[in-house]
Design a protein around this ligand. Sequence first.
Ligand SMILES: [Zn+2]
Length: 131
Amino acid sequence: MMKKSAYQIQRSKKLVGTLLWKKFCHSSLPNCPECTMREKKKIQERYNLETPEEERRKEDLFKQYDEIDIPMKMDEKNRRHFVCKRCGLYATREEVSDIRYRLNQKERTRDDKHDEYLEWWSKSKKDKQED
Ligand SMILES: [Zn+2]
């Protein structure tokens, strides 16, 4: 796992000129994987709070995930690199997808572990009752 500080850099002070260029940049800019993950968690928590369990649908949640828009800014000095204005993540497009992949993996493992723990917990509870 790469250290986060390696990605961090002071963000470029130069502003991009025309609106068209801005639009073009926007459409081709990757979303920050770390901020996106944080946003997803927030959306999920809110969704779980606001929606009764029987009305929850994965598609609704995914639709909200799709609306997350946290584009990174291109580094004017090193155009292969992108910087996130929120968290300071600094990475190439390849690194961004790598981080996104790792975060998704981590999230999955965490959920698995959680289930295992719950299983163990309910099992040990049962065992105790039988004693
Ligand atoms: Zn970020």
